[in-house]
Design a protein around this ligand. Sequence first.
Ligand SMILES: Cc1cc2nc3c(=O)[nH]c(=O)nc-3n(C[C@H](O)[C@H](O)[C@H](O)COP(=O)(O)O)c2cc1C
Length: 187
Amino acid sequence: MQTNLQTPIEIRSQIWKELTRSVHDKHHAWRTPVFSTLSIDGGVSSRTVVLRSVNESAGQLSIYTDSRSSKVLELRANPKSNFVFWNSRLRWQLRVRCEASILTEGPLVESLWQRVSQSAAISDYISASAPGSNLVEEGELVMNQKETVNYFTVLICEIKEMDWLELAGKSHRRAKITGESWLWLNP
Ligand SMILES: Cc1cc2nc3c(=O)[nH]c(=O)nc-3n(C[C@H](O)[C@H](O)[C@H](O)COP(=O)(O)O)c2cc1C
């Protein structure tokens, strides 16, 4: 499906609508983007994440993770990061260059944790062993018994630039979006 959107204002507005929808719609293709960081050895490290919130006016996207995960270590060393979204219905790819802030405490984290800790997702943030660490025994998954310790972390990603690509039969379209500026590019 190609959209009839023509102007940068229309397209930009639809991009933000789709991002916002993806947070609330579990089936939205943009709900699970690939998030990339710079690994400590200078390589690239990519993984799928769930987009948790979108703030258009602040130009921010956020995700939840475990503070002991590799991505957090990598972002502490270098906050530069990148999202890639693909929506086959719209035939839109969106690449977002950003810089991430790591929040492990404070009112925002506490209020989100109140909600997450009441859900099944609590187990994602309370395991006794760090993500990616070796299992001591095959099949072992150790939870913190009293759930008093959690590693819930919010990554707030400040958008620096977006690269939008629309695939269409004859004429693909591509643009670089930096703040309020819009630059059409050869696809
Ligand atoms: C559909 C899907 C959604 C995921 N969502 C998240 C997420 O929101 N946050 C997260 O930390 N890991 C998420 N993961 C797991 C990551 O892809 C990754 O395996 C894990 O975070 C460890 O990555 P790291 O060692 O590079 O930090 C998800 C995986 C899948 C397949």
